[in-house]
Ligand binder design. Structure first.
Ligand code: ADP
Ligand code: MG
Length: 767
């Protein structure tokens, strides 16, 4: 890695490009290495799974055009799509892919016919010659085919297989080898040999077996590989339809109120601040806040949760969700690229293009794979020629050597290895998105599968997060009204859910709030401020102890053991009164905790609340262990301690005041409520605040990693077994030699099977 000194003046630009011309995993490696070496580039990741490159660079030193110029000679190009809007490029990209796919399909179909004819000839000849099962092929037919096959082979190699020949050219001029080079060298060798023995039959007959040529090998190998490429490309397109599904959700038109009249306009023309009118049964066009009317909304398209949600004025609604029976006016807050759906799409796209740590092994292997295979193939040929000649005539050794040479080159393709991880990750992340679970990147998805402890924040995660005041107690010298007035006045300046609940309660009983000066929030303890010249404090027992005050523990514990959170109102020398609030457990918390237990996870609750309160809630939710009265700063430390003890920890929080703890965990999971996605500090977001999605997130990550491992296993094992057989290792003992045609079929099959296995994950029901 190279170091980059970033000064404030030079800003690093992060961009995603589509890459044209990629054929295999080693292409990804070549592109990555080429771009990374360029001056001004800090990060370059290339993903063969979705044919995208993520590049971070200093635009004052280098431009995408310069990168492109560097790549063009190798046959690759970058497509910059930051200048276009997301959806239009996606469709044009898809259009290009479709055209490419159609061409591949045509080639594959023609090649299948040609291969069938070659196999027929091959089968008849071997059937008649060695097994005497069939009568000898009539002379005129044999003549005909012997003139026809070279034509087919020429077409196969120079028209369909032109990429492979370019691969050789690239290797010779730039010393860059990839899968194309391997297949190209293999098939060209077979072709040239066949051409020589047919063209110079008379001259060569004393030295070589001029009766056997390998035109059929050329045809069948290119045939199978093309078929494989076609099937692979087709399935690859399918792995990534989650984004299209999301795009398809968008409404096309919106009714807005402008200059007092209703008009229907295309969705792109809605601007922030517009009053949008939504009728029953329609799609909500953009994100916004309800200003008038109430309704229920089916948010399942975004959050994956099928229960409709009640909405009233002041509530946020998400574009692309479905309005049920009500009709309402809303103030547009998120349109175009700032809308929640656009953010989700951008996030999913980025996550799908990211690389999982497990890929490092495959990366290392494919980096050296092609040159190593080339050496093996040449070595194998030499061994056949030198050692083989002791045991058999030279012409036979040459025949077998050439077959092995071609077989090794053809079977050893790193394609399956390059596809193993990204295709599964793309499916897994897409599956998450359709279930309302957003993974930030492949690493989060991978790490989640290794977690053994789930730490949950209490407020807003396990509980509804909307506490209500249950008790108001004033001590001697103060009235309840006076105590509530001061408390609520202080809390009016705080953002804390407890504070908001107190203010709401005070307003409901018509208490007039006083103005407060010198307000301070005391993290995890409470608040302080000056009302009418006196300093007051509101908060928990820790705060009381800081003030050297001793609250009545009996009374506190009585409230706390009922699951209520007690809050004390104090001045510098005494406790004026007490207020208790209760927050209800989310109905799905109990089933979520038991589902997590069933998945073998230990569940821990972490809260700043009173010990008794915390235990009450934990008990009702079925949680094993509680850390209570933990200050926000110590929450991260608690998570860190668990990790140091050897655990893999996921922290689940609302992402508001527990960001450090989310960041400290192996995987931080935030509840995304409303329309903002708290993804910055978290690795996974559960949209709509649906904690019940947590077990689903675990299941998706586990299933995806299973598929990744299966894929990698098959991709590796296939090469480990295939190469020695193609090299002829079994020949001396069993007479078995993998024919290049079968090697071609096997190679195509391995890529197709890896992609299909990933696609199976898509069909799997994960709830
Ligand atoms: P949680 O883990 O529930 O999110 P916090 O760290 O936000 O807890 O708060 C911990 C405790 O600090 C609360 O239970 C409460 O007793 C006290 N506290 C925090 N903010 C306030 C506030 N604005 N007014 C009164 N008490 C507060
Ligand atoms: Mg909290």
């Amino acid at each position: 890695m190279k170091t980059q000194h970033t000064t404030e003046s030079s800003e690093i630009k992060k961009e995603h490009f589509s890459v044209n011309g990629m054929h295999c995993a080693s292409c990804a490696f070549v592109i990555k290495e080429t771009i990374k070496k360029m001056d001004g580039v800090t990060v370059c990741e290339v993903n063969y799974g979705n044919e995208k490159a993520h590049i971070e660079y200093d635009p004052s030193k280098i431009s995408p055009t310069q990168m492109n110029d560097k790549l063009l000679p190798f046959g690759y190009s970058l497509i910059d799509h930051t200048t276009h809007s997301g959806s239009s490029t996606l469709s044009s990209e898809k259009q290009n892919k479709k055209i490419e796919l159609q061409l591949l399909k045509n080639h594959a179909s023609i090649m299948m016919v040609l291969s069938a004819i070659s196999i027929f000839v091959m089968a008849w000849e071997t059937g008649a010659e060695s097994m005497r099962l069939l009568p000898e092929m009539p002379e005129y037919l044999m003549e005909f085919f012997h003139h026809l096959l070279p034509v087919f082979a020429t077409y196969a190699l120079f028209v369909v297989g032109v990429n492979y020949l370019n691969g050789i050219k690239r290797f010779l001029t730039h010393r860059i080898a990839n899968m194309d080079t391997l297949v190209g060298l293999g098939t060209l060798t077979a072709f040239v040999y066949s051409f020589l023995v047919t063209a110079f039959e008379k001259v060569l007959t004393p030295y070589l077996n001029t009766q056997s040529n390998y035109y059929d090998v050329v045809i069948v190998v290119i045939g199978f590989i093309t078929l494989g490429k076609y099937l692979e490309a087709k399935s690859k397109l399918k792995t990534n339809d989650a984004i299209e599904k999301l795009l398809g959700l968008q409404a096309k038109k919106a009714i807005v109120l402008r200059n007092g009249s209703e008009m229907e306009i295309p969705i792109d023309e809605v601007i922030v601040g517009d009053t949008v009118i939504v009728k029953p049964g329609g799609k909500i066009p953009v994100d916004g806040i309800i200003t008038q009317g109430s309704t229920t909304v089916d948010e399942s398209v975004v959050t994956g949760e099928s229960l409709p949600v009640d909405k009233k004025p002041g509530d946020t609604v998400i574009g692309a969700t479905i309005n049920k029976q009500g009709s309402f006016h809303m103030n547009a807050t998120g349109v175009g690229s700032t809308s929640m759906l656009a953010q989700i799409i951008a996030l999913v796209e980025e996550a799908q293009g990211s690389r999982a740590p497990i890929e490092r092994l495959a990366d290392k292997v494919s980096a050296v794979f092609v040159p190593v295979v080339l050496c093996i193939a040449i070595g194998v040929l030499l061994v056949w020629l030198i050692v083989g000649s002791f045991f058999m005539p030279f012409s036979q050794a040459l025949t077998l050597g050439l077959l092995s040479f071609v077989g090794v080159l053809v079977i050893a393709c790193p394609c399956a290895m390059g596809l193993a991880t990204p295709t599964a990750i793309i499916v897994g992340i897409g599956k998450g998105a359709t279930n309302g679970i957003l993974f930030k990147n492949a690493e989060s998805l991978e790490k989640l599968s290794q977690v053994d402890i789930v730490v949950m924040d209490k407020t807003g995660t396990l509980t509804v997060g909307a506490p209500t005041v249950t008790d108001i107690i004033a001590f001697s010298g103060t009235t309840e009204d006076e105590m509530l007035r001061i408390l609520a006045s202080l809390e009016n300046y705080s953002e804390h859910p407890l504070a908001q609940a107190i203010v709401k309660y005070a307003q409901s009983v018509n208490v007039d709030l006083a103005s407060v000066s010198d307000f301070h929030a005391l993290e995890g303890k409470g608040v302080k401020g000056t009302v009418a010249g006196n300093i007051y404090f509101a908060g928990n027992t820790a705060l009381a102890h800081d003030l050297k005050l001793n609250p009545d523990t009996n009374q506190l514990e009585k409230l706390a053991s009922q699951g209520k959170t007690p809050i004390l109102l104090m001045d510098t020398n005494r406790i004026l009164g007490m207020c208790a609030l209760s927050d209800t457990l989310k109905p799905e918390s109990v089933s979520t905790v038991s589902a997590l237990h069933a998945l073998g996870k230990k569940v821990v609750m972490l809260t700043g609340d009173h010990v008794q309160t915390a235990h009450f809630i934990a008990k009702s939710a079925g949680i094993d262990e509680v850390f209570a009265q933990v200050l926000p700063v110590d929450k991260a430390k608690k998570v860190q301690d668990l990790r140091s003890a050897g655990h893999r920890v996921v922290m689940v929080g609302d992402g508001i005041n527990d960001a450090p703890a989310l960041a400290a965990a192996d995987v931080g999971i935030a509840m995304g409520t409303g329309t903002d996605i708290a993804i910055e500090s978290s690795d996974v977001t559960l949209l709509g605040g649906h904690i019940a999605k947590l077990p689903t997130a675990f299941r998706i990550s586990r299933a995806t990693m299973q598929v990744v491992k299966q894929n990698l296993f098959w991709a590796f094992i296939y090469n480990i077994i295939g190469i020695p057989i193609a090299a002829g290792l079994l020949y001396p003992w069993t007479g078995l030699l993998l024919s290049p045609a079968i090697a071609g079929a096997a190679m195509a099959f391995s890529s197709v099977s890896v992609v299909s296995n990933s696609l199976l994950l898509k069909r799997r029901r994960i709830r």
